[in-house]
Ligand binder design. Sequence first.
Ligand code: ADP
Ligand code: MG
Length: 306
Amino acid sequence: MAEFELIEKFFKNNGGRADVILGIGDDCAVVQVPPQHQLAITTDTLISGVHFPVDTSPYDIGYKSLAVNLSDLAAMGATPAWVTLALTLPEADENWLIEFCRGFFTLAKQFGMELIGGDLTRGPLSITVQAQGFLPEGKALRRCGAKAGDLIFVTNTLGDAGFALREKILEDRLNRPEPRVRVGEKLLGIASAAIDISDGLAADLGHILKSSHMGATIIVDHLPLSAALKKSVSADKAISFALNSGDDYELCFTVSPENENLISQISHDTNVSITCIGKITSQKTFTLQFENGKTYDGKITGYQHF
Ligand code: ADP
Ligand code: MG
């Protein structure tokens, strides 16, 4: 199949959004941003053997390449709208493309996104996605807004994806992260700072602390751990996975104590568990301790930026 036939067959005519003036087929896509809104734009490349194991299924590659970008939109509180896809393939394998598209468009549909353009080239397998979403003017959830006394929350459980990389269980948590888009949207005007956890909690919370010029105290026995992870490793190891391993794509965000009561409603409305794991401090240190006050002295590996 020639390049244009492939584009026609696999990528054209999806979504049907009214704000896409011109989709796939011309030199550029042309789109309409709603009044009083701004565009949030993010891009991520996934390279075979680097960002996913070489034996990952094409479905999971399609799913994850969009999911990691959606997670960035979620971390800003943006509502997903449009996406472009630059695909480099070693060969035009139609069965591979069918499965890739199944994974990609399952997620695109779930969040009402339309694929509006892209590129197709031959070479070692690599996928670059750019996702765009809407934000009400001036409302983006940034990394720099955390204040002393704010509570620190995370969605769902941590450490499962990192564990899946080593042990070949919990693989859905590695290959099919659920971008917390609906949580992010509801945090607009409520959270003071937010980030998605791609490099591990310690590293990513570190970005919030650095941007906000703050420190934090984390209660390590409050870190949310899945039953599967707790069953598989010691309590200490599980905490270490939760702090240091990446690829979870959960959200970490901060909330002033006045807004604390709104979080359980968001958790209820989105059906995503949300756990308070600590507090922002004006003292610029990163303190890890147990509930009983004892210091946690395990190693922090992902934490490089503070
Ligand atoms: P150009 O040469 O002008 O860059 P292309 O020939 O690369 O355009 O692509 C033709 C059309 O198909 C464009 O609208 C482009 O956005 C779209 N397209 C190409 N590859 C993809 C892809 N992998 N997914 C979605 N759209 C694509
Ligand atoms: Mg052109």
